[in-house]
Design a protein around this ligand. Structure first.
Ligand code: CAA
Length: 304
């Protein structure tokens, strides 16, 4: 377990704070000016709606923390989430990320009170909800969503943006937007349909009916469903830690090729996979992994 980690990100120069030599590979970019502290205790004074921790070696955890509104996804919450994800993406010691909510609610959807007064022109001109997609476009590190309780509307869509979903059997997934006179707006009609097929997605989206975590697992929405909240969190952390223990180069490549399968036809997808597979023969970690197998020892990854 890593002790409290402190890092300071500066938009000009990116100087790591004292005691954080492992942050030296920050990429100079357009990262926001933000000071982030994440600790095993979960106190992050600069965040109001999320908690950021490092519960296991190499694992960063973001916990949605707006309990009175069942983690409704307001714009300020999403802004904090994006900042935390970007910071984890830029922190070399973080190798896998866990996104979770509370036992009662992963997230009960986009914030209805924020959306209620929106007009077409304000939503359109301000690209309302577009920033949610940062999660899928900028995050190269693997993201596991651990879902307990409600994952409705935008909450379901947020979970579907993760690389894999673990949930409790009693989790409450659904796209109830139709009941509010609207439709899914953060990718639900696309990602849920890819996950469960057109017939089921159409039924779920047109009726607004919920489905359980047990069904999510049976239908391939969730990778695994667990009998209790405690088991969910323990198994999610274990999986994140397992992934964090592999070569970063191979993990990023694996995520990239699986995600491409959602966009390319089979022939192009297989071709893309083969190109990336060939490229990995140029990595030191491929030599190390296969060499260690031959020498019957544990591989020492260099992330090169
Ligand atoms: N937005 C804003 N506030 C919400 C919310 C949401 N999506 N979901 C719950 N809350 C708030 C409630 O207003 C309530 O606050 P107050 O105490 O101030 O009234 C608090 O959270 C607790 O909620 P309930 O009292 O309703 O709790 P419950 O246990 O009786 O019911 C629930 C739980 C079934 C999840 C119910 O809260 C509910 O139906 N929520 C809305 C779910 C929904 O429709 N989500 C889709 C939103 S639209 C969307 O997400 C669009 C998109 O695609 C991006």
């Amino acid at each position: 377990m890593h002790p409290t980690a402190r890092l300071a990100v500066r938009s000009s120069g990116f100087r790591a704070a004292a005691g954080t030599a492992r942050l030296s590979r920050f990429q100079p970019s357009t990262l926001p000016r933000v000071v982030v502290r994440f600790s095993s205790s979960g106190s992050n004074p600069q965040y109001e709606f999320i908690q950021v921790t490092e519960p296991r070696p190499g694992v960063g955890q973001i916990t949605l923390n707006r309990p009175k509104a069942l983690n409704a996804l307001s714009t300020p919450l999403i802004t904090e989430l994006n900042t935390a994800l970007l910071t984890f993406q830029s922190t070399p010691s973080i190798r896998a990320i866990l996104l979770t909510g509370s036992q009662k609610a992963f997230a009960a959807g986009a914030d209805i009170k924020e959306m209620a007064p929106l007009t077409f022109s304000s939503a359109y001109l301000n690209s309302f909800i577009e920033s949610w997609s940062n999660l899928t476009t900028t995050l190269k590190k693997p993201l596991i969503a651990a879902v307990s309780g409600h994952a409705l509307g935008g909450g379901c869509e947020l979970a579907l943006m993760a690389d894999m979903i673990y949930c409790t059997k009693t989790a409450n997934f659904g796209q109830p937007e139709i009941k509010l006179g609207t439709i899914p707006g953060a990718g639900g009609s696309q990602r849920l349909t890819r996950a469960v097929g057109k017939a089921k997605a159409m039924e779920l989206i047109l009726t607004g009916k919920s489905f359980s975590g047990e069904e999510a697992e049976q239908w391939g929405v969730a990778a695994r469903a667990f009998g209790s909240y405690e088991e969910l969190m323990e198994e999610s952390l274990k999986t994140a830690e397992t992934i964090a223990g592999y070569s970063k180069v191979a993990v990023q490549a694996a995520k990239e090729v699986v995600n491409k399968s959602q966009e390319l036809g089979l022939r192009d997808g297989v071709e893309f996979e083969r190109r990336v597979f060939h490229a990995l023969f140029g990595s030191e970690d491929q030599k190390e992994g296969m060499g260690a197998f031959g020498e019957k020892r544990k591989a020492q990854w260099k992330d090169q």
